[in-house]
Design a protein around this ligand. Structure first.
Ligand code: IPD
Ligand code: CA
Ligand code: CA
Length: 270
């Protein structure tokens, strides 16, 4: 096993164990608002510290970008760890058991290794660039649908920034029409891992952050899927607008949402 991936797995499991210890004690936690509809608990912060401690000990010269503590470490180092210690905080705080730890390692900006860990189901998703993607040590692949018929899609309904709500609702309507169903499970990292594992056929969401998607994007690519922004371009890490599926379904999804894209969502100034 790749040593960097191994360290990432150790860190994700440690954070997951910590999160699970709090699952039945959510009502005792200190919770602070970060912005509208966006909360952070002491569990998010402690889980991030746990991850940072393990990664830093192994790679003291690397750079770290954590959702809760921002940028830290090694100026000029080309290895950057991107960490979401608890993806799905709203679910966690409601006792809705769908959340995960997400850790990615980028080298010169390109995802090299990724781990997403669901501590409730003990599902461990891993990927190494060029080495494939796995769920609990078994190789995973995206599904092979030719079109929207029968597809189960995941999405994220905008709940913080609602600038693009009307455009989003147009896309939702267009995709509802032909698919088998649409799920809003509340953890973008797990949604992406589910696409990689074939549990979902496709996924789209607007306005995600690097720590929500870095590990999931590598998982999907290593599982044979396509990841783009909403217009089919590769600016999703910057815009946070993501559309992903197996190659043919991805084309169909792009086509279905195209009439609903505003200039801003096409990646051009509006
Ligand atoms: C959130 C989840 C959610 C997505 C939000 C994210 P957080 O992450 O991934 O599914 O819709 O946009 O912010 O805040 O729970 O780490
Ligand atoms: Ca997140
Ligand atoms: Ca988070």
């Amino acid at each position: 096993m790749d040593p960097m991936l191994n360290i990432a797995i150790r860190a994700a499991r440690a954070a997951g164990d910590l999160i699970v210890r709090y699952v039945d004690r959510v009502d005792t936690l200190k919770i602070s608002p970060k912005s509208r509809n966006d909360f952070v608990s002491e569990v998010d912060r402690q889980a991030e510290q746990e991850i940072l401690q393990i990664l830093r000990k192994a790679y003291p010269g690397h750079v770290f970008l954590g959702e809760e503590s921002g940028w830290q470490g090694g100026v000029g180092n080309e290895y950057v760890w991107v960490i979401d210690p608890l993806d799905g905080t709203t679910n966690f705080l409601h006792g809705f058991p769908q959340f995960a730890v997400s850790i990615a390692l980028l080298y010169r900006g390109v995802p090299e290794a990724g781990v997403i860990y669901d501590p409730m189901r003990q599902d461990l998703f891993t990927a190494k660039r060029g080495g494939g993607a796995t769920l609990n040590n078994r190789r995973i692949r995206v599904t092979k649908l030719n079109g929207l018929t029968g597809a189960l899609l995941g999405t994220g309904i905008p709940f913080k920034d609602q600038t693009h709500l009307d455009a989003y609702l147009g896309m939702l309507k267009a995709l509802i029409r032909d698919t088998a169903g649409i799920r809003r499970a509340g953890s973008a990292a797990l949604d992406l891992a589910y696409v990689a594992a074939g549990r979902l056929d496709g996924f789209w969401e607007l306005g995600l952050q690097k720590w929500d998607i870095a590990a999931g994007v590598l998982l999907i690519k290593e599982a044979g899927g396509i990841v783009t922004d909403l217009a089919g371009g590769d600016g999703y890490m910057e815009s946070g607008n993501v559309l992903t599926a197996s190659p043919r379904l991805h084309e169909c999804m792009l086509e279905a949402i195209r009439p609903h894209l505003t200039e801003a969502l096409r990646g051009r100034p509006g």
